[in-house]
Design a protein around this ligand. Sequence first.
Ligand SMILES: *C/C=C(C)/C=C/C=C(C)/C=C/C1=C(C)CCCC1(C)C
Length: 261
Amino acid sequence: MKLFKGKAMKAALMTAALAVTPTVAFADANLASDDYVGISFWLISMALVASTAFFFIETQRVEGKWKTSLTVSGLVTLVAAVHYFYMRDVWVATGDTPTVYRYIDWLITVPLLMIEFYLILRAIANVSSGIFWRLTIGTLIMLIGGYAGEVGYMNVWLGFVIGMAGWFYILYEIFAGEAGKLSAEQAPDSVKSAFATMRWIVTIGWAIYPLGYFYGYLATGDPASAAASLNVIYNLADVLNKIAFGVIIWNVAVTETEAKA
Ligand SMILES: *C/C=C(C)/C=C/C=C(C)/C=C/C1=C(C)CCCC1(C)C
């Protein structure tokens, strides 16, 4: 019996290559044993690599219509892993990590996470592409507002308010909009419960980022010490919002595949 077919093997090998590729941008910088922010960058970048390999290989195990969902989960962790390699090097070398790396990562990974809602609904029902477009537009409003506020293209409060509006629009769509109704009416139990957990992640897990923005820019405090704790908080948030989110999708894909077998 073959453990996995050629393509999954290739994907796994590519991920492994990524994990061992030296990415040190600043060769003279070493991770200090008491640099907890740096250690969290290291831990999470490796967790992201391992998750990528896992999701890609597991596409071989699930029924055809679930494969894309798992591939997208793997792409989310792959894109984030590469950004983490880079961010951790910058952190170790400079004790800081520019916000722009986070936003570039979010600009790619957040729309991919939104596509997951669309994909799991498409696996069980006939869905309109309107769901996909509304979630994408909500994401763009959220990120463009936040970025413009953070880098000073607009007032920080205004950027925050626009970002929050985009996020609330997403929440509306997945709780009360077409996507929410479809999952309540047409989904089998396993999909319903996965959908419910995914949307709580988008509510609670995602709330961590605007809280970070709030403490970093709007609450008064010491920005330098805020930067260190913010990075740890964002790093932990990504474990929930990228890895755990993918695991929930993996679980429903496997459950639904086995229910048919
Ligand atoms: C994997 C990365 C994820 C899931 C990142 C999510 C980011 C957000 C939910 C950011 C939200 C923001 C607001 C709701 C208000 C304005 C500022 C932002 C962009 C931090």
